[in-house]
Design a protein around this ligand. Structure first.
Ligand code: CMC
Length: 429
């Protein structure tokens, strides 16, 4: 591969440096393009644009590979746990036993939220979507934890990171409890991260709540699978918000707002709703036909991915976890699962989906699993947000610590009106 690319435009030639990563496609550094040629690049949706340099997560979408700091997601999900993955994403290495104990201790002892937060919740309508509550309550953290909002201080950055990883499950569980009209359940320090989350969601004061280890393991695995996914829409949102120097709590709230959309984190909720709407496997052909119809905006939710043009590696693990959970709970003939399996089979053998490389993504199976765990669909994206918080915060920290970091400021191709003079209102026709 050459280390320079030549671009000729309007009689000018710009020589652009070509940079190689440790693995993956090279990039052309176009940062001086405008100065040299007077032209911008145009790439809506950033299909061909690397927005930053990163050492955190690598995806090979054609091969269906996902690695965090070099470790394949399959190994982390099979052999590790969520807090170990958090440590890896934040610090770059797997922890030693001592480092892990210390990290778990720090996260565990930051799980409570300021007591006034609970009064903040009562300002929301009971029927508010829990994601709406999450956007508000995570954003509000900056009003409660001023002492960790100085982004220039590495110690404060780490305190804010730990706080965010520790407190989003508490806020997520509170959003759920508020939604269903039950009292908030405080975190319990003797429980693991996933166990504590299940406890805060499903325990009630009037009887003991027994943790099922199979379900806790499934919860932990769901968190691992959603922990980070390089420069996706919400992560790019967090980086862009953070590039102005905004505090980390505000940046994560921006990420949560972006994640909520049905093309991103909202897809697991949309996928389950779609399976319910299909209802029976006999109706699958009708929905497949709709998905293929150019005049119908309907899409098969849980299928397709901007980066993966192969089976999403997370979907394979999620499928296995889904079966483990259903077996543990004795759910044998789940109609939604039956529709899901048949839909997957049909889509994987249909020319339209094969040609466009539309495979099931992680959200296809996570919805069914979360439903079996007892979560209502409105909570699905909240769970995604809880898991992704570590990815957002690791990416935000990397950006703040990058000496090349500048405020993000994309340019545009302007196609609106050119100069014209103001016309007084009585003279407008
Ligand atoms: N059902 C039917 N057709 C589809 C689908 C689908 N789910 N996804 C893409 N296509 C078609 C699309 O119509 C287009 O066809 P054509 O080239 O004839 O115009 C072609 O495939 C390429 O689609 P695109 O919209 O240009 O692809 P994209 O990379 O911009 O979109 C996506 C990726 C994930 C937004 C899209 O596949 C989609 O909307 N999927 C359903 C929502 C979903 O499951 N999202 C979860 C993503 S994974 C979790 C996450 O990372 O947040």
């Amino acid at each position: 591969m050459t280390d320079q690319a030549k671009l000729m435009l309007g009689g000018k030639t710009a020589e652009l440096e070509v940079r190689s990563g440790s693995v993956g496609p090279d990039v052309m550094d176009i940062s001086s393009l405008y100065k040299r040629t007077g032209a911008f690049t145009y790439d809506p949706g950033f299909s061909s644009t690397a927005s930053c340099e990163s050492k955190i997560t690598y995806i090979d979408g054609d091969e269906g590979i996902l690695m965090h700091r070099g470790y394949p997601i399959e190994q982390l999900a099979e052999r590790g746990d969520f807090l170990e993955t958090c440590y890896l994403l934040l610090y770059g290495e797997l922890p030693t036993a001592r480092e892990k104990d210390d990290f778990v201790h720090r996260v565990t002892h930051h799980t409570m939220v300021h007591e006034q937060m609970s009064r903040f919740y009562s300002g929301f309508r009971r029927d508010a979507h829990p994601m709406a509550v999450m956007v508000g309550s995570v954003g509000a953290l900056s009003a409660f934890y001023h002492d960790s909002t100085d982004i220039a201080d590495p110690h404060q950055r780490m305190v804010a990171s730990i706080r965010m990883i520790a407190k989003t499950p508490t806020l997520g569980a509170m959003a759920y409890k508020y939604h269903i009209g039950q009292p908030f359940v405080y975190p319990r320090n003797e429980l693991s991260y996933a166990e504590n989350f299940l406890h805060m969601c499903f325990a009630v004061p009037c009887e003991p709540y027994k943790i099922n280890p199979v379900l806790a393991r499934a919860m932990d695995r769901i968190f691992i699978l959603h922990a980070d996914h390089e420069q996706n829409a919400s992560t790019s949102t967090v980086r862009l918000a953070g590039s102005s120097g905004a505090n980390p709590f505000a940046c994560i709230a921006a990420g949560i707002a972006c994640l909520w959309g049905p093309a991103h984190g909202g897809a697991n909720e949309a996928a389950l709703n779609m399976l319910g709407e299909i209802g029976h496997k006999d109706r699958i052909p009708e929905f497949i036909a709709r998905a293929k119809d150019k005049n119908d905006p309907f899409r098969l939710m849980g299928f397709g991915h901007r980066v993966y043009k192969n089976y999403d590696p997370r979907a394979k693990i999620m499928q296995q976890t889904c079966h483990e959970v259903l077996e543990e709970l004795g759910i044998k003939d789940d109609p939604l699962l039956e529709v899901a399996m048949e839909l997957e089979h049909i889509a994987l053998n249909d020319d339209y989906f094969v040609e466009k490389k539309l495979y099931p993504n992680v959200d296809f199976y996570s919805g069914i699993t979360l439903k079996a765990l007892g979560f209502p669909t409105t909570m699905f994206t909240v769970l995604f947000a809880v898991a992704r918080t570590v990815g957002w915060i690791a990416q935000w920290k990397e950006m703040i610590e990058d000496p090349q970091q500048r405020i993000g400021r994309p340019r545009q191709l302007y196609t609106g009106a050119t100069h014209r003079d103001y016309v007084p209102i009585d003279q407008r026709g």
